[in-house]
Write a protein that binds this ligand. Structure first.
Ligand code: SF4
Ligand code: FES
Length: 362
């Protein structure tokens, strides 16, 4: 098999963030400011990414606005020829900074939404006043006509607000709404009982998204990440390991996905020590689960093996204790009974218990 170049790169510029969402996708071991790559190092990574074939750059965190050099980083990405998407909570942006980012070549903003009202959103984000600041910056984005995606992270505590979430996205002029049901890695695993949707919510979200997609055709597009514990087959996580995208975390470590560090027997290399091209094509970690040759049965002989690529390696690690196993979400997996048992266990757990919030990065 010939490995294609990556299409997208997620750059976790920093792990610092004013919010503390209990499902944060950053690793449990957050990196501090002192370990972050410098402006010049990131600019070099962006040029390497563009040379490698990356088209879209997602500037993320933590909160990317926590980097004082964010405008310089956007300039560098733009000069490298990358389509630049800023993934932000909005906290840390101001009208003036937005103007500077636009002038620097920022192409798109993806604004996260923790909830549809201040009480809910601020409880989930663990940051009082965050919702109101977000709404102010959302109006500024709308006024400037910057292409906007609203990224609604959905779970048991806010799924019943899905209709209002969709209305808000339309009101804010979003071109796209991402209804992203929480995936259970890292911080979200610590809060699974409070975040895992009920079976009824899971059915409702599928119906509501399908209906809204039809109703709003031509107005707003939808991306939908369903809650996969209730599914028969897993999702094609990352479009297949090492096949379409890569993540670079604050200190320059390059990962095939945001949760890859949960696989203890893989070693991930740093772009400060080896080129991005070499890491993508030749590193042991990126080649570990690329394609279909690594697959055990039942995947190896399954007609869906090039549809979902055996599911999510990190989920297999978490639920089956082996990243090289079939994702236990799959009904054909020998570990599927673990998912069934887990759903029963979570049903009996206290969904009202306090969250374990993400801790602040230093
Ligand atoms: Fe996908 Fe493997 Fe399940 Fe087939 S057996 S549906 S390839 S996870
Ligand atoms: Fe790592 Fe799915 S999150 S492969």
């Amino acid at each position: 098999m010939t490995t294609p170049p990556p299409i997208a790169m997620l750059a976790e510029l920093t792990h610092r963030c004013p919010l503390s969402c209990p499902y944060c996708s950053n690793s449990l071991e957050l990196q501090d400011k002192a370990g972050e790559m410098t402006t010049d190092q990131w600019a070099d990574v962006f040029r390497q990414a563009a040379d490698l074939g990356v088209l879209q750059l997602h500037l993320s965190g933590g909160e990317p606005a926590s980097r004082p050099d964010l405008v310089d980083l956007v300039t560098a990405a733009h000069e490298a020829g990358l389509y630049t998407n800023l993934i932000t909570s909005g906290v840390g942006l101001t009208p003036r900074r937005l103007d500077a980012l636009e002038a620097a070549g920022m192409d798109h903003v993806q604004l996260s939404l923790q909830g549809t009202n201040a009480a809910l959103a601020d409880r989930i984000g663990g940051y009082k006043g965050g919702f109101n600041r977000k709404m102010l910056i959302a109006q500024e984005i709308k006024a400037r006509g910057i292409p906007l995606t609203l990224n609604a992270v959905m779970h048991r505590q806010n799924l019943d607000d899905l209709d209002r979430t969709i209305e808000m996205a339309v009101e804010l002029g979003a071109r796209r709404l991402e209804v992203a049901c929480v995936q259970f890695h890292g911080w979200a695993l610590k809060n699974r009982a409070q975040l895992l949707p009920t079976r009824e919510q899971t059915e409702m979200v599928k119906r509501t998204v399908a209906a809204a997609r039809t109703r709003l055709r031509g107005v707003m597009a939808f991306d939908f990440v369903p809650p996969d514990y209730y599914a028969d087959y897993p999702k094609a996580c990352m479009g297949g390991w090492g096949s379409a995208g890569l993540n670079v975390i604050p200190d320059g470590t390059v990962l095939p996905c945001h949760a890859a560090e949960s696989i203890p027997y893989l070693t991930f290399e740093k772009v400060t020590e080896r080129s991005l091209r070499d890491i993508w094509y030749d590193s042991a970690a990126f080649n570990a689960y690329r394609g279909t040759d690594w697959m055990p049965d039942p995947c190896a002989t399954c007609e869906r093996k090039e549809v979902d690529f055996g599911g999510c390696r990190c989920q297999a690690m978490t639920l089956a204790g082996n990243a090289g196993a079939t994702d236990p979400v799959c009904v054909k997996s020998p570990d599927h009974d673990k998912v069934v048992a887990l759903l029963e266990e979570v049903d009996a757990a206290d969904a009202e218990a306090d969250f374990t919030y993400r801790v602040p990065a230093g």
